[in-house]
Design a protein around this ligand. Structure first.
Ligand SMILES: *Cc1c(COP(=O)(O)O)cnc(C)c1O
Length: 364
């Protein structure tokens, strides 16, 4: 298939802006007159340092990161943060406790990982209704002595999204924003740690962005691996070892593109408009139903089903044939999922809705 014939709804790694890929393509053999690719240059070189510094500055500007917080460019995926957070924040091994809200498989894995290092209190769980909703503030069972409160802002697999930032008093909040970072403004000062794997809304897989309140670093367990100490990474400006150079460069290009879309405030309008196209159709459809409860619906991952596994499979097969790739739901939940991250053009969403209408007419 030609690129023009495909609308890629992959949940991750996912679509990147064409403009970004074109620029990267133009610069792939010779970046900025350096005579080499960004993939080939020393991470200690002046030319790469400029890429690094400007990407970091652009990210700080895009998200209005206050001076209390540091931006880190790490590796190990979002999943390594499931271990890094307890190792750095729980105090010595086995002595600390933390609150976790479990609203999907990623937060569930994070909570299980946390248990290896201290006591995990499940502050709330949406498992009773198949992770189709987000617990309300008054449902959170918070421990004022917890070292931190952990939640996942957007549940990529179930298609639910927190619409509020939990109030936790003086307990710092750690938040997995892998699948909705850069899709809206956020008040960074409310968070202790925000982290995100880059491959959903930022850059290729291999980069993890961490935004951390600097006062939380420096208290890691004595057994913490060097590579997993926030303090060390802060002290070395993410260059204790070789950072994911290429991904950082692509993130810089994505941030330039984002600015042209009106930054995160502009993106918030666009992403909501895209999601609403799908939800409005789903709410009026006689065939398809949205999986997530209305108040909890994600603007990034729209999950839906027909009610029949056979028909879902037929829909997905037809979708692929028409160039709507990766609309099959996650294997844990079945059904369909349209991931409509920042780089998914609204035309892609309109075209998918048209196909859904066509499919409905043929099957009702
Ligand atoms: C994709 C994803 C992860 C896992 O990311 P990796 O980089 O593969 O470890 C974690 N949390 C959320 C919300 C995700 O969407």
């Amino acid at each position: 298939m030609k690129r023009e014939e495909v609308f890629n709804f992959s949940a991750g790694p996912s679509v990147l802006p064409v403009e970004v890929l074109e620029t990267a393509g133009k610069e792939i053999l010779n970046y900025g007159g350096s005579g080499m690719s960004v993939m080939e240059m020393s991470h200690r070189s002046k030319v790469f340092q400029e890429i690094f510094d400007s990407t970091k500055a652009k990210l700080k500007a895009a998200l209005s990161v206050p001076d209390t917080h540091e931006v880190l460019f790490l590796q190990g995926g979002a999943s390594l943060q499931f271990s890094m957070i307890p190792m750095n924040l729980m105090g010595e091994l086995g002595t600390g406790k933390a609150d976790y809200a479990v609203t999907g498989n990623f937060s569930s894995t994070a909570a299980k990982e946390g248990k290896k290092y201290g006591t995990v209190n499940i502050a709330a769980s949406s498992e009773d209704r198949g992770h189709t909703y987000i617990p309300a503030q008054q449902e959170l069972k918070l421990d004022p002595d917890a070292k931190y409160f952990y939640y996942c802002a957007n549940n990529t697999i179930y298609g639910t999204e927190w619409k509020y930032v939990p109030e936790t008093g003086s307990v710092p909040i750690c938040c997995d924003m892998s699948s909705n970072i850069l899709s809206m403004p956020i008040d960074i000062s409310k968070y202790g740690i925000i982290f995100a794997g880059a491959q959903k809304n930022m850059a290729p897989a291999g980069l993890t962005v961490v935004i951390i309140d600097k006062s939380l670093a420096g208290h890691e367990m004595s057994c913490t691996p060097l590579m997993m100490s926030y303090q060390r990474m802060i002290d070395k400006d993410s260059m204790f070892n070789t950072p994911p150079c290429w991904n950082i460069y692509i993130l810089g290009l994505v941030l330039d593109w984002l600015e042209k879309q009106g930054g995160v405030a502009g993106m918030q309008k666009i992403k909501h408009e895209k999601a609403q196209l799908l939800y409005d159709y789903l709410d009026n459809s006689k065939l398809f139903k949205a999986c997530a409860e209305k108040e909890a619906r994600s603007d990034m991952n729209v999950t839906f089903r027909t009610g029949s596994d056979e028909m879902d499979a037929e829909f997905c097969k037809g979708a692929s044939a028409r160039g709507f790739t990766n609309v099959k739901g996650h294997r844990a939940v079945g059904g369909m999922r349209a991931s409509i991250y920042n780089a998914q053009p609204i035309e892609g969403v309109r075209a998918l809705v048209d196909y859904m209408k066509e499919f409905e007419v043929a099957h009702v």
